[in-house]
Design a binder for this molecule. Structure first.
Ligand SMILES: [Mn+2]
Length: 230
């Protein structure tokens, strides 16, 4: 067994052990009792069938098979940098184009976050990250407080990166923000290569969402003067 493989199998065992516990490791470390923040969401339409399994307090493990290789690459990066365990399978009408599959992956991932977060009590709610990838620099700022908004300021001049339509990133982010119940601002500050730009956007998104979904130990209930985030 190679070193990498041994590492991977150790990681899997550790995660399985954790999943069987009754409390989320992060929450219990902070003295807050809460169930593990996990979700499994399945959605079937005439256009796509998507299954998402999400563990918010994960280790960054990803198993992604959407049939759209570039999206798989981005979602693996998202899981890794957000320390989410994420399994996604999608069968979409790729004979038409990739639009339905990419958008629906965002929708179902958002539903998984919404479900796993429950009433959103204890979460830090806001998060922001500025991530470079070579010449590209992208900023993501989120409020996972239930109000939906997307400001997508990621101008990409190239129509495609490989076979992937760069415009679909906007549709993915819209589906994700709507269904998570999230205000998401994505601002590209610099960038030339569309692969770098999109990857920096997904990494910034991951870090911002990791911050915003983290448990705040000083918080009792939800972070809102209204007293509710649902
Ligand atoms: Mn890459």
């Amino acid at each position: 067994m190679s070193g990498d493989k041994m590492d991977a199998s150790r990681k899997i065992r550790r995660t399985e052990g954790r999943a069987s516990r009754t409390e989320s490791p992060l929450a219990s470390a902070n003295g807050i009792s809460s169930p593990p923040r996990v979700a499994r969401i399945e959605r079937k339409t005439r256009e796509t069938q998507v299954v998402v399994e999400l563990t918010i307090d994960g280790a960054g493990r990803a198993e992604i098979a959407t049939g759209v290789p570039f999206l798989d690459h981005m979602l693996e990066s998202f899981a890794r940098h957000g320390f989410f365990d994420l399994k996604i399978t999608a069968q979409g009408d790729l004979h038409i184009d990739e639009h339905h599959t990419v958008e629906d992956a965002g929708i179902v991932l958002g539903r998984a976050f919404r479900h796993a977060l429950g009433d959103r009590s204890g979460i830090r709610r806001f998060g922001s990250a500025l991530v470079p990838l070579d010449e590209a620099l992208c900023e993501a700022t989120v409020d996972i407080g239930g109000r939906v908004y997307l400001a997508y300021n990621v101008a990409i001049t190239q129509e495609r990166v490989g076979g992937f339509q760069t415009e679909l990133v906007h549709d993915f982010m819209k589906g994700l923000a709507d269904e998570t119940g999230m205000n998401l601002h994505l601002n590209l500050r610099a960038g030339r290569n569309p692969h770098h730009v999109i990857e920096a956007a997904f990494k910034a998104l991951a870090r911002a969402m990791d911050n915003a979904t983290a448990i705040e130990p000083r918080l009792k209930g939800v972070l809102s003067t209204k007293g509710t985030l649902s």
